[in-house]
Write a protein that binds this ligand. Structure first.
Ligand code: ZN
Length: 355
């Protein structure tokens, strides 16, 4: 994509939010290098930044989602202490501020950080501490989404139960939502998660699920039946106009992640991503990076892709950012304050662009 100075200025000035951001997929090569120093036997410890980048960043499209999930294997050993998780969440705040992201929802599965000495609860507390320090130092608001995981053969029912209970415990204390994500080839039915998502909803949490990323059974139908507020990816909706209609009618927001979908092979190119059809068809769409560390991109890169690959005008980019804000799992009074700030800054960015 060719740089366009006027557009670049707008992309930075446009206030943004991010609602689909994995804490463990967000580590920059710099943060990976820093965290590796805490891990006694880390193979990353002696590598240069370039070597780390080559090892952990998925820059070319892969054959399958599983190959990209394998890239996370380099990250998980780094996040097995309170200090490391806190740094990761704090650094996500710094990165957001650099891009003029006003608020983000960080998601992760605390059981993946668990060791004999480090409990999922401690992992969650560390993430909340780091994100809160980031809020104070960089002015980026945050909420945490807990990811339940599929399949049970990788993360057991008991571990999912534990995470759902943790999310309910911390509802209103930094945790804002529940997600169902993949820890492996997650081909188990989403309907297995009904009870936990129901408990989350009853505790006031927002609900989202990774669905329709790869072609996999009744995932999208299940997500609809679960009554989720948002769907992560949804690329497979391309072949399902009936479900697009149902999603629009239910007011469900699709969390679009363009580069992620290109690199995992979910779409063959940016141009074939269905985001433009959704937007033009009045489906609510937000934009995120999914895993900025794994894919070596930032949120500005994703907005640039909308502009240059799908012809989104600045006003339309602002609409996408605004839809992201409306989709956030926040209390209405806090959201109203954020909306006011957003509208003021978005109007200024659009004015500058046209000047
Ligand atoms: Zn994701």
């Amino acid at each position: 994509m060719k740089p366009d100075a006027r557009l670049e200025k707008f992309l930075l000035a446009l206030p943004k939010v991010e609602n689909h951001l994995h804490l463990d997929g967000a580590l920059s090569p710099q943060t990976v290098q820093r965290l590796a120093q805490y891990v006694p036997d880390s193979p990353l410890k002696t590598l240069s930044l370039d070597e780390i980048r080559r090892k952990v960043v998925v820059e070319k499209p892969r054959e399958a989602l599983g190959e990209v999930l394998a890239a996370f294997d380099a990250f998980y050993p780094l996040l097995k202490s309170a200090a490391a998780v806190e740094i990761a969440a704090y650094e996500a705040g710094r990165e957001a501020a650099r891009q003029n992201v006003l608020y983000h929802e960080l998601r992760f599965a605390p059981v993946l950080q668990e060791t004999k000495e480090f409990t999922p609860r401690q992992a969650l507390e560390a993430a909340l501490r780091g994100a809160d320090r980031g809020r104070r130092d960089f002015g980026v608001g945050f909420g945490v989404i807990i990811c339940l995981l599929r399949p049970f053969s990788v993360v057991s029912r008991e571990k999912n139960e534990e995470m759902a209970a943790l999310a309910v415990d911390f509802a209103g204390k930094g945790v804002v939502g529940l997600d169902v994500a993949d820890a492996g080839a997650g081909n188990e039915a989403l309907s297995n998660y009904t009870r936990w998502l129901g408990a989350g909803r009853a505790a006031g949490l927002g609900l989202t699920a990774h669905a329709g990323e790869a072609p996999r059974g009744r995932e999208l139908e299940d997500a609809l039946e679960l009554g989720v507020n948002r769907i992560g990816h949804g690329v497979q909706l391309r072949a399902r106009p009936d479900l697009v209609k149902a999603i629009r009618a239910a007011g469900i927001v699709i969390e679009a992640n363009l580069t992620s979908n290109v690199r995992t092979g979910a779409v063959s190119s940016y141009k074939t991503h269905p985001v433009r059809d959704w937007f033009d068809g009045d489906v609510k769409v937000s934009l995120s990076t999914d895993d900025p560390g794994v894919f070596g991109v930032d949120l500005i890169h994703e907005y640039r892709a909308l502009a240059q690959e799908h012809g989104f005008a600045p006003r339309e980019l602002a609409q996408v950012a605004r839809a992201g804000l409306e989709s956030l799992f926040m209390k209405e009074d806090a959201k109203a304050a954020l909306r006011k700030e957003f509208d003021r800054r978005a109007a200024a960015a659009l004015r500058d662009y046209s000047a």
